[in-house]
Design a protein around this ligand. Sequence first.
Ligand code: NAP
Length: 246
Amino acid sequence: MLEGKVALVTGAGRGIGRAVALKLAENGAKVIVNYNGSEAKAMETVKMIEEAGGEAEAVKCDVSDFTACGELAKTVIEKYGRIDILVNNAGVTRDGLIMRMSEEDYDTVLDINLKGAFNTMRHFSPNFLKQRSGKIINISSVAGVMGNPGQANYCASKAGLIGLTKSVARELASRGVCVNAVAPGFIETDMTDAMSDKAKETVIGSIPMKKTGKAKDIAEAVAFLADEASDYITGQVLCVDGGMAI
Ligand code: NAP
């Protein structure tokens, strides 16, 4: 269990991030609920945690902003004195075929999904190293493992996140800090809600288990990787996808 642990979850106002924040709090962690655009939703996540008897606060930060992430790390360490669990969940899509994809859509996705995780790990790694313990969990995607037409920017960011995870895992391993990735498949959130019914049907048809996943399915995997039960696991990619990436 996670009593006495301090966790930061990026993009925790809604979707998978919210489910992860609720689960880590349920397991006893104090949770910093990061958001960028969804302040009201983030406050709602905090309220849900508090009503369940947990401890949380919402903190705004655009993860693609290197300096802002430095400020976030400073604020967290000043207030709590430590960081035990960092979940890099914030992510966006800007889909389009490569021949039509704008430079802006490419850069936005890479800046948030990949550089965002670099920014937080860069600023918190001295604390993790000093503590000689901790768990970093990066939310990648099966799209980063398999590729997906119309998502070159997204797949590049999520595949890059896997490389980043493995490298940082090797750097921090001797100090007892575990760094892993979770690769969700098709999970019901705002992100997948935007798809047409036909596109949803096609994807579900390609899933061996023939069903979508819930944000809670990802939260359970993250909770395991945040717990001491997984202390000997680092540098891994755990696909939570109904068999999609088999
Ligand atoms: P979602 O419902 O669209 O939520 C996206 C989250 O990212 C929001 O909380 C949003 O916060 C946050 N975010 C976006 N830009 C941000 C920024 N610049 N700084 C801080 N936070 C930012 O998506 P989701 O489905 O829960 O996805 C969560 C993660 O899982 C993403 O990394 C996504 O790529 C990954 N994933 C999802 C699926 C799926 O099927 N849903 C599959 C594979 C991987 P604000 O609203 O506050 O801006």
